[in-house]
Design a protein around this ligand. Structure first.
Ligand code: FDA
Ligand code: NAP
Length: 444
């Protein structure tokens, strides 16, 4: 591939969810007066249009983070890309104030994100999947001034290659199901829930099970109970009961931007303490409101002598087998080790996600990325992957940095600040060292 310097993007972003959207905003605002001239960027998103966990846009789902932790406000409180600017542009600012909430619906926040992404239409290509990144074919040494990014058109299947001096990978969480389970038209992961649910005919859904005690499991159990008034709903959870997500003020400080430094520069023991004491701010827990809603429904059933919401607690799903039109779910009891089967018309695995793993997108370039003793990517404080000297371009991660940067890695809480830190890292290296700046800022 012959490339003129003018054809090399300063930045290519992989994925265009909230993280890269916040980064694009930071690049726009922080790079406005860049002494090295305008920053060129292109973002590639495999979905055909913008969508933020669309299959979990359940009617009553609310945000799990304050609207003030939007795409920009924590970095730049006067940004025109903040949630309040969106409300103002939509003519709803006063009405929103009257709701007296910090936690809008996911539906409204989705509208906000969609509004913000629309302001970047000149640099985003939808329906475009990044399939790999490599050093230029003619160069395998430190002289490489750019990386080649392969982009597949999801509609036609055609592939093209673009050149970039920096790459920001933000491909999101990876849906997780128990080993050996394969999804099909009646076995779904929560990440595909609404689409699958709409495809199924409601009268064929007489017995439905939801696996998992996290926010997704609780929200889906409530939704199914309310949407399928004739159906039996089984909630299979590994705990004794749903546990609450701790969002009390002191615990919530683990999501402050300052906590990233404490985590990154802390000891291994300190990092372990973050997880041990504060995992319950986010994982395998649900909001107070949805837990109480579910309990109230069960209680009303007691009152009325009817029963169609069944809690199968202290139970882990071990296997799923297709039996004609039904699926047979096998569970192990954590109480006595016994096993139990349940035949259902549909089964939803709200069993969570793995962290973002950049290896697939990096492809052969992953061989140039250094790992720590536990085999995890080494990452600078500025979210830049540590590479061998063969790679002088910047590869940045938004996600997949739980081991280096802590609990906010996969969440919205810190995206405004993180986007700014990555933008500043790129801009500073560009103005100090020229376009293909190198230099590593990694912990030993
Ligand atoms: P996100 O997954 O949103 O976006 C990644 C994008 O990359 C996707 O659009 C994907 O299509 C694209 N992509 C992937 N591979 C690609 C490739 N090879 N080429 C091109 N594009 C590619 N957190 C929080 O703090 N508060 C909250 O309220 C919530 N709510 C919430 C609800 C639900 C249902 C879930 C599952 C998760 C949350 N979260 C959350 C956590 C969640 O991770 C967070 O809200 C954001 O989605 C993170 O944004 P990202 O852009 O990093 O990933
Ligand atoms: P999660 O919190 O990781 O919960 C997964 C649940 O599945 C856990 O209870 C887990 O149990 C259970 N599980 C896993 N394997 C199992 C098995 N074989 N049998 C039985 N149970 C099993 O995942 P999530 O609920 O999808 O939440 C993921 C993220 O999305 C969180 O950040 C959450 O806050 C966010 N979210 C937000 C909203 C919203 O904003 N409204 C909605 C949904 C999700 P263990 O405890 O044993 O692991």
């Amino acid at each position: 591939m012959d490339v003129n310097a003018a054809d090399i993007y300063d930045v290519v972003g992989v994925g265009f969810g909230p993280s890269n959207l916040a980064f694009a905003i930071a690049l726009e605002e922080n790079g406005a007066d860049s002494p090295a001239g305008p920053v060129t960027s292109a973002f590639f998103e495999r979905q055909s249009s913008f969508g933020w966990h669309r299959n979990m846009l359940l009617p009553s789902a609310t945000m799990q983070v304050s609207f003030l932790k939007d795409l920009a406000t924590l970095r730049n409180p006067v940004s025109r890309f903040g949630f309040i600017s969106f409300l103002h542009a939509s003519g709803r600012l006063e009405q929103f104030i009257n709701t007296q909430t910090f936690f809008p619906t996911r539906e409204e926040f989705h509208q906000y994100l969609d509004w913000a992404q629309g302001l970047f239409s000149d640099r985003v290509s939808y329906g475009s999947e990044v399939t790999g990144i490599q050093l230029p074919t003619e160069t395998t040494s430190a002289t490489a001034q750019y990386l080649q990014v392969n982009v597949r058109d999801c509609g036609t299947g055609d592939t093209r290659t673009v050149a970039a001096r920096n790459i920001v990978i933000s491909t999101g969480l990876v849906p997780q199901v128990p080993d050996g389970v394969a999804s099909d038209e009646r076995v779904w992961h929560s990440s595909e829930f609404l689409e699958r649910f709409k495809q199924a005919s409601p009268d064929t859904l007489k017995k439905v099970a939801v696996v998992g005690a996290g926010q997704s499991g609780a929200e889906i159990a409530r939704f199914l109970y309310d949407s399928l008034p004739q159906a039996q709903i089984y909630a299979i959870i590994p705990s004794y009961g749903y546990s609450i997500a701790d969002d009390t003020p002191f615990a919530n400080r683990v999501f402050d931007s300052a906590a990233v430094d404490d985590y990154y520069f802390g000891t291994e023991r300190g990092r372990e303490a973050f997880w041990r004491y504060h995992k319950n701010t986010n994982y395998s827990v649900a909001d107070d409101e949805v837990i109480r809603d579910l309990y109230q429904r069960m209680y009303m059933e007691e009152l009325r002598g009817t029963k169609r919401l069944h809690l199968l607690n202290l139970a882990r799903v071990t296997n799923v087998k297709r039996m004609g039109n039904e699926s047979r779910v096998s569970m192990e009891s954590l109480l006595d080790g016994g096993s139990q089967d349940l035949d259902v018309d549909a089964l939803v695995f709200a069993t969570g996600y793995d962290s973002m793993d950049p290896s697939g997108v990096l492809g052969v370039l992953d061989d140039y990325c250094l790992r720590d003793g536990a085999g995890r990517h080494r990452v600078g404080r500025d979210y830049r992957l540590v590479t061998t000297p063969d790679v002088s371009c910047g590869i940045y991660l938004q996600g997949g940095t739980e081991h280096t940067h802590g609990l906010t890695s996969s969440l919205l809480s810190n995206i405004a600040v993180r986007g700014g830190e990555i933008a500043d890292s790129i801009l500073q290296r560009r103005s100090v060292d020229g376009p293909a700046a190198s230099g590593l800022t990694a912990p030993a």
